[in-house]
Design a protein. Sequence first.
Length: 180
Amino acid sequence: MTPHTEIINDLLKLAVESGASDVIIKSNKPGYVRLSGSLKPVDMDPITSPEAQAFIEEHCPKVFLPKWESDGQVDYAYSSAGVGRFRVNGFHQRGLVSIVMRHIKSKVPTFEDLGLVSAPLLQLAKAKDGILLIFGATGSGKSSTMAAMLDWINQNMDKHIVTIEDPIEYTFQDAKSLFQ
């Protein structure tokens, strides 16, 4: 494992163990974690722009590297063994590389876990066909809401489910439904 990967994996492990939702890496600063909506610096050496760049180039799926090279921005999923999965956004900011990583919990949340009233969501989930768009601000619960609905459908209905998501966050095991 390369030194920059080890540093970032240690930061991710600390974040997951402390219950943080996000890890923010701004070049030449220590890592930050988002705990209960607040950013907290981590007591660590700063991560340099070359270290952040090397991490992205090493772990970004090769198909997305041209986007990184041309646009200076990329989104992908990253898994750290024994720690978990993360949605990664790498980007250039003022000539330096920054990375934001959101922890994707392995357990799909239920409506109750999210504090949502299930009746209106179940009405949508039971629809015979159609397209459902879920949108909102960053961190507002779009992915969690969608995952809860899909898991309910998977456990209760015989459906063929096609999702369009990049990167894929929650993964599902086929139960009554089939995912593609």
